[in-house]
Design a binder for this molecule. Structure first.
Ligand SMILES: NC(=O)c1ccc[n+]([C@@H]2O[C@H](COP(=O)([O-])OP(=O)(O)OC[C@H]3O[C@@H](n4cnc5c(N)ncnc54)[C@H](O)[C@@H]3O)[C@@H](O)[C@H]2O)c1
Length: 511
């Protein structure tokens, strides 16, 4: 822990939290107000009354510089962020913005000697809140909503600050961005927006009512957000929902400087990303990915789309986000089936990277492995002209059976479950073509089963599967597959349809 600075309005609990945290970490604790008194012999209230606020902000900036030694927790005055000098100093520290409801703040500051909120604390606090929120957001590494019990606050602040953070870069010249993987990554949203979209005046969250009821829904952006609810799951990805979202964005007055934030799984990412790609011919988007599948795949790489009756993802655009936040904490509420679906894509990445001893207990490592792989491949091949096609490993069959399953029952097959079957099939096809040893089949099946995934191909008509596979938009020539082989996984075009048919039939016959 290097330097942690707590910022927030008066009464947010900074001076209570700072010594508790410093105590737990065994580091120094300083309060800029105390440093001012020590340096000048005068307290904050006297400074403001006698010399005015501007003069005080200058000494306060001196005090902050002095306080920012190594290994320290610093509690600051509520207005420190109004000084440009202090904001510059804060760039060398980790900054935790303690946010709190105005009622709680007003109760806490009652009776204190605080000249800036003396007259009518509630009204004054509301004014300060409006003025300073964008400034807190600008300096914040994390935002944490304060609460009455300090012990809870300490636990949550520690979890945030102590959690390892992995930052993966997607490198695409001026469209480069970071994918942050950490518990509590969502608390970085306000800082990210303030840094990367400083001119934004409005932020539109696109999400679902189900997700807004989750215990982790405490997103703070430092600006007044517009919240647009869309239907849950795949039904969000329709042209009708897209129109509704664009209409709401327009009515909210979202401009080219403003930002769309998707909070959800792959369906919300795809829809919100596409809305951001086309609204006003393109506004910026940040993805807060809440399913495993979205974290390891859908939120990264800029592919956005909606479905039309002729097929899934047929109308869309490439639109890279401004950033992606993969919060491991929000996965705690993910239903089991969605975990399984995510694992399908993760196992694909495990097979592509050769990390075959992976197990589902290693969530953090596996998210990082998958994100790193996708970030590297997208950086090398944004538009799927080459290497990016490898990410379709298992997908030729998966897309076909997903489409066929959808004709029968919306819920029959989740994307990752279909990918798992597709990986099992691709392995069988590789052995049939003599590209890999037959022992690979049991290896891949065992890996899938370790992640709760089935390698069984359900009851699908072989001819219809073949028909869908030939139609797959990723097939450049009839029946192109991504297959393992002596040189590793690669794109294999023009695979003999009879061999494919035979492999499907044999797989269907497996118990
Ligand atoms: N753009 C791409 O590159 C890309 C890649 C892969 C998949 N996709 C798309 O992603 C979509 C599938 O995404 P998905 O698997 O994330 O499904 P999803 O977005 O439909 O979400 C699945 C369910 O999980 C719920 N949920 C989400 N986060 C939760 C949380 N933290 N706690 C509790 N419930 C939560 C949702 O409400 C929903 O009911 C498909 O439409 C697919 O086409 C896109």
């Amino acid at each position: 822990m290097a330097r942690l600075v707590l910022v927030g309005l008066p009464g947010a609990g900074k001076s209570t939290l700072a010594p508790l945290l410093a105590d737990q970490w065994g580091v120094a604790c300083l309060d800029t107000d105390d440093v001012v008194r020590e340096m000048t012999g005068r307290g904050v209230a006297d400074w403001i009354r006698d010399a005015g606020e501007d003069a005080f902000r200058e000494v306060e900036a001196d005090a902050l510089e002095r306080a920012l030694v190594d290994d320290v927790v610093v509690s600051t005055g509520g207005g420190i962020v109004t000084s440009e000098r202090s904001r510059r100093s804060l760039e060398s520290a980790l900054v935790l913005w303690l946010d709190a409801p105005l009622d709680l703040l007003a109760r806490r500051i009652d009776g204190g000697d605080r000249p800036l909120v003396a007259d009518d604390p509630r009204v004054r606090l509301a004014e300060l809140n409006r003025e300073r929120r964008p400034l807190y957001a600008r300096v914040a590494t994390w935002t944490l909503s304060s609460e009455p019990r300090p012990e809870n606050l300490v636990t949550r602040a520690r979890a945030l600050v102590e959690d390892p953070v992995s930052i993966h870069s997607v490198r695409l010249a001026e469209r480069s961005y970071d994918v942050v993987v950490a518990r509590g990554a969502r608390h970085r949203l306000a800082g990210l927006l303030a840094r990367l979209a400083p001119r934004a005046r409005r932020v539109a969250f696109i999400t679902t009512p189900t997700l807004r009821e989750q215990p982790w829904w405490d997103l703070e952006v430092g600006l007044d957000p517009v919240v647009i609810d869309v239907p849950d799951g795949e039904s969000a990805k329709s042209l009708a929902t897209l129109e509704m979202v664009c209409e709401r964005l327009a009515r909210a007055g979202l401009s080219r400087d403003d930002v769309v934030v998707s909070v959800g799984g792959g369906a919300v990412c795809d829809l919100a990303g596409f809305a951001a790609a086309v609204y006003l011919r393109g506004v910026r988007v940040v993805h807060v990915a809440t399913t495993l599948l979205a974290q390891v795949d859908a939120a990264i790489g800029g592919k956005t789309a909606v479905d039309i009756p002729a097929g899934k993802n047929l109308v869309g655009a490439f639109h890279q986000p401004l950033g992606v936040l993969c919060d491991l904490e929000v996965l705690e509420t993910l239903p089991e089936r969605e975990w399984r679906s995510g694992w399908g894509e993760v196992v694909k990445c495990v097979l592509l990277t050769g990390a075959r001893d992976a197990s589902p207990g290693d969530v953090r490592d596996l998210v990082n492995l998958s994100v790193a792989l996708k970030a590297r491949i997208v950086s090398a091949d944004e538009r799927e002209g080459g290497e990016r096609a490898l990410l379709n490993y298992g997908h030729t069959l998966a897309h076909a059976i997903e489409a066929l399953a959808l004709e029968r029952d919306v819920d029959e097959l989740r994307h990752g479950e279909a990918v798992a079957v597709g990986l099992a099939f691709a392995t069988r096809l590789s052995t049939r073509l003599g590209r890999v040893d037959a022992s690979r089949i049991s290896e891949v099946d065992a890996l899938l089963s370790r992640f709760g995934l089935s390698s069984r191909l359900g009851e699908f008509s072989t001819e219809r599967v073949l028909e869908f596979m030939a139609r797959d938009k990723k097939a450049h020539h009839d029946l192109t597959f991504v297959l393992d082989g002596p040189r590793g996984v690669e794109v294999v075009p023009e695979v003999d349809v009879d061999v494919v048919r035979d492999t499907l039939e044999t797989m269907k016959g497996e118990s």
